[in-house]
Design a protein around this ligand. Structure first.
Ligand code: FES
Length: 78
């Protein structure tokens, strides 16, 4: 098995293990992934709804990609 293949497999395992971890997503407003999931559970249907409820992504904007990823995943798993 090539070195690159081993690296990719380790990354996939790492992502599976940490997928459900409550990680801090937005440092500007101290928003965690569970806060975003809760916003979706409580009725947020779009990223704008999530931003309105949690304030995630409304500061520097560095977390926008993560906020979008977690929101789409939460909506998909609803
Ligand atoms: S880290 Fe989310 S707005 Fe700055």
């Amino acid at each position: 098995m090539s070195v690159i293949r081993k690296f990719i497999d380790r990354c996939k395992q790492y992502n599976k293990v940490n997928e459900n971890k409550n990680e801090k997503v937005c440092r500007c407003f101290n928003v965690c992934s569970d806060d975003i999931k809760n916003a979706v559970t409580k009725g947020a249907k779009t990223i704008s709804d999530v931003r309105e409820k949690t304030k995630a992504g409304m500061g520097c904007g560095r977390c926008n990609a993560s906020v979008e990823r977690i929101t789409y995943k939460a909506i998909k798993n609803r």
